[in-house]
Design a protein around this ligand. Structure first.
Ligand SMILES: [Zn+2]
Length: 428
């Protein structure tokens, strides 16, 4: 049990620093870190490193070598420029468990035309911060910083170690963020708990879907449209393949996981899917197109394995190719494994309990219908609990994305309370 005095002190500290928490969120949102390509990463890592320094620790900004990016990330993902990941180690008093904290610094693109204000000029209305990334997840990154400041500034004693990490490229999967820190042995098997705040405040995520994206290229033969029969129309061939993939998608969509889903999406259990989400082809109205590319997004439940998932699509594509006049090839361009933590793990119980105390309501356990880079962490055997500041109406990835200031305060408190219990001093 953590000391009640310490809890009261950190709460008072956090309430008194609400304005600074909002200010840091706004500063992070105002740095446009759109990926692809991954803009202004050095700038945001500088800000975060400076914040970590204020905790009295020496942060590390680790750059992934260009050659490693080339080797590990498909050019289709469109990454450009340096990819610094920022982290630090906070040591408590004496031996104790290790907690990893993770947040991502990148945001998805924003088309300013639909927005009330510029997406990268954060504005505050009705106690909410508007801006691209306010909810997903720069607000939560600020919470992480302030949850640690609350601990340090109030002099709360804790045992063990806390490792905050701020990583790149979560929104485009691939390798350059959390995955790289695993390979670099910054994130190691001996970490006992991981808390990610890349999610919402309504439920506590213990699982997430896996995700694999494939580009399928149909190669036909170009020809003058007036003698169209002399060519092989790649778009028309691709249309037939899309029908086959749609049928597979319908089959997959009937499957269910054992893990409960977020109730608001109309499925009680986590549900997989396969969708054709992009198509590219054709050069001009009077040319038979020789190339058509389609992008397939496959979301899979923790019960499905990545290799089987790929084989399933591959079988459909190969079968189709056999009787097709065009050449058909398939390439995986990005992938996440599903994430899964034992719902009975102590970490999950502690975070849920602390959330209930702060919010005055339960955060039911659920699997996310999204995908997360946290899967590489659970793959190491480290349990991950995911609770963040977004809500169903935050419109993440959409127009006028926003986060409630009160939720930022709550998440900051839940984080600090969880450290105080998990890293109770003296160690249990
Ligand atoms: Zn996110």
């Amino acid at each position: 049990m953590q000391s009640q005095t310490a809890v009261r002190q950190v709460d008072r500290w956090i309430d008194a620093h609400k304005k600074d928490l909002v200010d840091l969120t706004c500063r992070l949102v105002s740095i446009d870190t759109t990926v692809p390509p991954g803009l202004n990463y050095p700038k945001i890592s500088q800000v975060l490193a400076r914040e970590l320094k204020e905790l009295g620790v020496t942060p590390t900004v680790s750059h992934i070598p260009e050659a490693t990016i080339k080797k590990r990330v498909s050019p289709e993902v469109g990454l450009k420029g340096p990819r610094p990941n920022t982290y630090a180690t906070l040591k408590g008093e004496g031996e104790g468990p290790k907690i990893l904290l993770n947040g991502h610094v990148d945001v998805v693109p924003a088309d300013p035309s639909g927005w009330t204000n510029d997406p990268f000029e954060p504005t505050i209305r009705n106690n909410q911060i508007y801006g691209r990334g306010a909810a997903d997840m720069k607000g939560a990154d600020a919470c992480t910083i302030f949850s640690l400041k609350a601990l340090v500034e109030t002099g709360a004693k804790f045992s063990g170690v806390i490792i905050p990490t701020f990583t790149t490229d979560e929104e485009v999967g691939g390798y350059t963020g959390v995955n790289y820190l695993v390979d670099k042995h910054v994130i190691t098997k001996d970490i006992n708990y991981c808390i990610s705040s890349d999610s919402g405040i309504e439920v506590l995520h213990v699982a997430a879907l896996g995700d694999a994206e494939y580009v399928i290229t149909v190669k036909g033969v170009a020809a003058h449209s007036g003698r169209g029969w002399t060519g092989v129309n790649a778009i028309e061939v691709a249309a037939g393949l899309i029908e086959k993939l749609k049928a597979l998608g319908q089959e997959i969509g009937k499957r269910r996981s054992k893990i409960p889903s977020e109730p608001m999406y109309g499925t009680k259990k986590m549900r997989p899917g396969l969708y054709v989400n992009m198509i590219k082809g054709g050069l001009k109205g009077n040319i038979i197109p020789d190339t058509c590319e389609i992008l397939v997004d496959r979301r899979f439940i923790p019960e499905e394995k990545a290799a089987i998932v790929e084989k399933e699509i591959n079988t459909v594509v190969r079968e189709f190719a056999k009787s097709s006049p065009a050449k058909v090839s398939m390439k995986k361009i990005l992938g996440y494994d599903p994430m899964l933590t034992d719902p009975n793990h102590r970490l999950v119980k502690v975070v849920r309990k602390q959330a209930r105390k702060v919010l005055g309501r339960d955060t039911p356990l659920a699997g996310s219908q999204g995908s997360t880079d946290m899967a590489v962490v659970t793959n190491l055997g480290i349990p991950v609990a995911v609770l963040g500041a977004t809500r169903q109406d935050s419109n993440i990835h959409g127009i006028d994305e926003h986060v409630r200031i009160n939720d930022l305060v709550s998440i900051t408190k839940i984080l600090t309370h969880s450290y105080l219990e998990l890293l109770a001093f003296p160690a249990r």
